[in-house]
Write a protein that binds this ligand. Structure first.
Ligand SMILES: Nc1ncnc2c1ncn2[C@@H]1O[C@H](COP(=O)(O)OP(=O)(O)OP(=O)(O)O)[C@@H](O)[C@H]1O
Ligand SMILES: [Mg+2]
Length: 61
């Protein structure tokens, strides 16, 4: 079962590309989100929660 799906998900803050064309499918179960400082983890979560709008690309409907 797919829980989260994105396609080409991109978020820019001005000229800074925080998330660059993320396409992923995440299934049920425990999933970790790991990355260096500034990798875009919080940006992704905010997009998934609807707290931010994508610059381009798709989120789950
Ligand atoms: N509101 C904002 N305005 C401008 N740039 C931002 C904003 N929020 C985040 N950024 C920038 O976007 C990039 C991704 O930031 P984000 O906070 O998503 O990373 P992160 O993976 O959560 O980092 P951390 O591990 O430090 O929490 C960074 O370069 C950050 O400086
Ligand atoms: Mg963060």
């Amino acid at each position: 079962m797919t829980v989260i799906q994105t396609a080409g998900l991109t978020k820019q803050y001005g000229s800074l590309i925080a998330l660059n064309g993320l396409s992923t499918t995440i299934g049920a179960g425990i999933t970790g989100l790991v990355g260096a400082n500034g990798a875009g983890k919080s940006t992704l979560i905010k997009l998934l929660l609807g707290l931010l709008t994508p610059s381009s690309g798709m989120l789950p409907s």
